[in-house]
Ligand binder design. Structure first.
Ligand code: FAQ
Length: 330
């Protein structure tokens, strides 16, 4: 195990004496862009921040399979179904890389999952909204994966090695997801008047929740400052949100769709788009568990976990049998 977790009296005293020096050396490494690896010394608060963020991220990927999973049996063609199936499976893979990254910090996967199922751990607010039409699958790919990408590309340079490396592959796959979503929107917008209306309706419902994905405004973001000092986060929530708005406006124009924000306007002085006020009361209410689908999402995850118990038990029993055999013949 890692030296900082060894809990002997002697070790604690040694650590307490050396702490300022260890912390200085740790921050020097971060400032020089040297990655922190699992066996390196790290402040307990850094470890906890990473476990919190990485596990919330993992839960988001897993819960995030549900809204789109809702359309797997109703995709409009075999081609669309195959693509969607691949995308949803990618999200499962992302969840697994991220749980593994959290495990390198001494967290147990079972405990993390229990916290999710008990409603104690957060996951992204966006996945508490329903997918009412096929156009929602397009809007999720375009906007939700688009927002996820803007937030996650900087995480490829996160100071913690295992998280940064996991993010490289995740971002490559999210980029494909965003394109497939935009391509669905393109097809709908080039289709019949009813299809175009479906696309506009999906955009109307997903736009504001997508802006909320980036987290509370900087003034209310309790973790950002410290996370930036540690180079876990490289940009503030508001900076990334602005980047997303600037990127999305021309994409919506190309689709000839209207973003549901009458205050949206290019600011010639800043070169950015100014946008209207976000309803933060809705965001905090979703975080408290009162979004349209919170209860349904957790119930579905719990049921899937219970129904999969026999698979995990069978895999463990098989592993134990292999170990016994190896021991007998060695
Ligand atoms: N939802 O001080 P900050 C995806 C919480 S993956 C729920 O600003 P921080 C892929 C925050 O945890 C999407 N909770 O916090 C996909 C904290 O609460 P705590 C997930 C939120 O950590 C696509 C409190 O508010 N991505 O979409 C949210 O510095 C399609 C104060 O906030 C990641 O997890 C929220 N939106 O910044 C899958 C990326 N925002 O923990 C399927 C990694 C904030 O003190 C289909 N995470 N909170 O109880 C991050 O970059 C950061 O953690 C932020 C939040 C930016 C999300």
């Amino acid at each position: 195990m890692y030296s900082q977790f060894v809990d002997t009296g002697v070790e604690r005293m040694r650590c307490a004496e050396e702490l300022p020096e260890l912390e200085r050396a740790f921050q020097d490494k971060i400032d020089s862009d040297i990655k922190i690896e699992p066996k390196d010394w790290m402040p307990e608060a850094y470890r906890q921040t990473l476990v919190r963020q990485i596990s919330q991220h993992a839960h988001s990927e897993i819960v995030g399979m549900l809204p789109e999973g809702n359309w797997l049996t109703r995709a409009p063609s075999l081609r669309r179904k195959l693509i969607l199936l691949a995308k949803v499976q990618d999200e499962a893979g992302h969840g697994l890389y991220l749980y593994s990254a959290a495990e390198t910090l001494g967290a147990s996967r079972e405990a993390l999952i229990e916290a999710l199922h008990a409603g104690k751990a957060k996951y992204s607010s966006i996945f508490n909204y329903p997918t009412l039409s096929w156009a929602d699958v397009g809007a999720i790919g375009w906007l939700v994966d688009g927002a996820a990408l803007i937030n996650q590309i900087p995480l490829c340079r996160c100071s913690y090695g295992p998280y940064a490396r996991a993010m490289v592959r995740i971002c490559k796959e999210e980029s494909f997801h965003q394109r497939q979503g935009y391509e669905i929107m393109l097809a709908l917008c080039a289709g019949s008047a009813v299809q175009k209306r479906m696309a506009q309706d999906a955009l109307d419902r997903w736009w504001w929740p997508s802006l909320m994905m980036f987290g509370p405004p900087d003034a209310e973001s309790i973790h950002t400052q410290q996370a930036m000092r540690w180079k876990i986060k490289r940009h503030t929530n508001d900076e990334l949100r602005q980047k997303f708005v600037d990127q999305s406006v021309p994409q919506a124009d190309y689709l000839e769709l209207t973003l549901p924000d009458p205050a949206l306007k290019r600011n010639e002085q800043t070169g950015h788009y100014d946008f209207g006020a976000i309803d933060w009361s809705e965001f905090w209410s979703v975080l408290k568990g009162d979004g349209p689908c919170n209860r349904q999402r957790i119930a579905t995850r719990r049921q899937a976990y219970d129904e999969g118990r026999w698979v995990r038990e069978a895999a463990l029993a098989y592993g134990a049998k292999q170990d016994r055999r190896r021991a007998e013949f060695s």
